[in-house]
Design a protein around this ligand. Structure first.
Ligand code: URA
Length: 204
């Protein structure tokens, strides 16, 4: 199939997955009337980046990684020599997990295991459509959802594992974690760039 036809076919398959997810009876339970944020980018990407879940900016704008963590990611990708537009970028959980904070304001929270389990098969279907050469999981939630086991970023970042369908899968820091670091931020950011560069080379 020529590339345009392939992209059109993948776009249709992706749309079917989105519709099926939105129509699933459990969707309302897990999304609770929030605006879902789906993966986006190049449908024929060789490299897929997977985050945890959209935050407030992502929910408002309807795109993954467009808030402060997204800025860190974009900067790291540029330094790794990777064009963000060549990637498919998505999250395990497609709706912003929230809890009530001070004054009743909604705050982000880590997705529950039940949320991760419910969204996981949709993520696997999404990966089937993109059919990349490699995956990068941003943070422990994404890493453990994709590898389907507990993991420790401190011990396992920068190592290649067999992911879904044997896909080479690398786990690295979540960019929001880098934002929170104070003392050693430059060192961790350097490791993050190295991981992204390695993944870009592996997927090329
Ligand atoms: N954090 C994530 O894990 N995903 C986003 O899209 C934004 C912030």
């Amino acid at each position: 199939m020529v590339k345009d036809e392939e992209i059109a076919a993948r776009s249709r398959r992706m749309e079917q997955i989105r519709r099926a997810m939105l129509a699933a009876p459990e969707f309302a339970t897990y999304c609770n009337e929030k605006r879902p944020v789906f993966g986006e980018g190049a449908l024929t990407a060789d490299l897929v980046l997977i985050g945890e879940a959209p935050g407030g900016c992502e929910e408002r704008l309807g795109h993954p990684f467009v808030g402060p963590a997204g800025q860190v990611l974009t900067e790291a990708l540029a330094q790794a020599g990777i064009d963000r537009e060549d990637l498919w970028i998505t999250n395990v959980v497609k709706c912003r997990p929230t809890m009530e904070g001070v004054g009743g304001r909604l705050r982000n929270r880590t997705p529950t295991p039940a949320e991760v389990e419910w969204f996981r098969p949709w993520l696997l279907r999404e990966l089937d459509v993109i059919d990349p050469r490699a995956i990068v999981c941003l943070g422990a939630t994404a890493g453990s959802a994709v590898l389907h086991r507990a993991l420790r970023i401190t011990r396992e970042r920068g190592i290649w594992f067999d992911g879904p369908n044997g896909l080479p899968t690398l786990v690295t820091y979540h960019p929001a974690y880098l934002l929170r670091r104070t003392q050693d931020r430059d060192d961790r950011f350097g490791e993050f760039i190295d991981d992204l560069r390695t993944a870009g080379e592996r997927a090329a």
